[in-house]
Design a protein around this ligand. Structure first.
Ligand code: NAD
Ligand code: KPL
Length: 305
């Protein structure tokens, strides 16, 4: 039997992956937060994926972190701020050859997870797929996209990519995953906080072109300074292209704030400002943006970390 996929975090992306893997006949186990969530899940009888308006339910077995089965392949599908604590709860179950796939947006959480489980192979992912929950244990596949996977320490692709082919999860093995993660971080830093502060859709930033351009210039300096010149190339043009292409959408950070959910600020803007400070780089506008966003979140009573 092929190696089971353990899915840590049955939220939007976790469900999107779990249901497609299960649909392909691959063994999948969901690791739920606690006995209460497990009971709720079992009462529902499975995870539902809604795609092109059609809902299908998959009876994927669930368990908690203290289940005894060893874990060889773990998809970490929590938010960046939950990733280390969630992985710590299953660390004792990781087999000596365990591999972790980290789906978190931004940067910082991947390094923290790798430090917590130094013997496991950690593979980072950057995804443009989109999904959201529209009910308990139910997820809507909202945006078809692509997932790049890579391991900055070992360029060799893992054998289980064939499971992703079977599950029809569009993907590519990337030998420059860090560059991809930095590029996405820069895009998110140039767009997401401003949509929150100006209370607008992505397209609304066309009214704030100077502000966007100033941030792009500082972000490009940062990318150059931290050894990511390829991620800095034509950043402003790419940001303007994304603003135009996604003009009608609300950014993920905007949606988090609108739904009174904690944002991943520390792994986006927070990470950028921290790395800049470490390099002795003064990025006045980026720091000011971080302060404005923190004050805004605090005024709304939301966590600012
Ligand atoms: P989500 O909030 O929908 O799901 C996270 C899940 O993890 C929740 O169900 C939560 O209960 C669970 N969780 C947290 N701690 C846990 C623990 N200790 N044990 C078990 N479960 C635990 O989040 P999401 O939207 O799926 O996002 C996950 C990551 O993927 C984020 O970093 C996000 O930025 C990134 N991402 C999401 C999308 C998307 O469309 N949703 C797209 C690209 C990237
Ligand atoms: O990734 C995004 C997000 O909303 O998180 C885009 C659409 C690129 C805006 O930054």
């Amino acid at each position: 039997m092929s190696t089971p996929w353990h899915i840590l975090g049955a939220g939007s992306l976790g469900t999107l992956w779990a249901t497609r893997l299960a649909r392909a006949g691959l063994p999948v186990r969901l690791i739920l937060r606690d006995a209460q969530r497990l009971q709720s899940y079992q009462a529902f009888g499975g995870l539902t994926l809604v795609e092109h308006g059609e809902a299908n339910t998959y009876a994927i077995p669930g368990e908690t972190a203290d289940s005894p089965e060893p874990i060889r392949r773990l998809l970490v599908a929590c938010k960046a701020y939950d990733a280390v604590s969630a992985v710590a709860r299953v660390a004792h179950r990781l087999a000596p050859d365990a591999e972790l796939i980290l789906l978190q947006n931004g940067l910082g959480s991947q390094e923290a997870v790798a430090a917590r489980v130094p013997h496991a192979r950690c593979i980072c992912a950057s995804s443009t797929e989109g999904a959201f929950r529209d009910g308990d244990w139910r997820v809507v596949f909202a945006g078809h996209g692509y997932t790049w996977l890579g391991d900055a320490a070992h360029p060799v692709a893992p054998i289980w990519l064939e499971d992703l082919d079977a599950a029809q999860i569009p993907h590519e093995w990337s030998t420059d995953i860090l560059t991809r993660l930095w590029r996405k971080l820069a895009l998110n830093c140039a767009i997401n906080p401003l949509t929150v502060l100006h209370d607008c859709r992505n397209g609304g930033l066309q009214q704030h072109q100077c502000e966007v351009a100033t941030l792009c210039a500082e972000l490009s300096d940062l990318l150059e300074r931290c050894g990511q010149p390829a991620a800095a190339q034509n950043l402003q043009q790419e940001v303007e292209r994304v603003i135009q292409a996604t003009a009608a959408n609300f950014s993920s950070m905007y949606q988090d704030v609108a739904n009174q959910r904690r944002t991943e600020i520390s792994y986006l803007l927070g990470h950028a400002c921290k790395v800049a400070a470490r390099h002795g780089l003064k990025l006045a506008h980026l720091n000011q943006l971080q302060q404005r966003l923190i004050s805004h979140l605090q005024r709304l009573g939301l966590p600012s970390d």
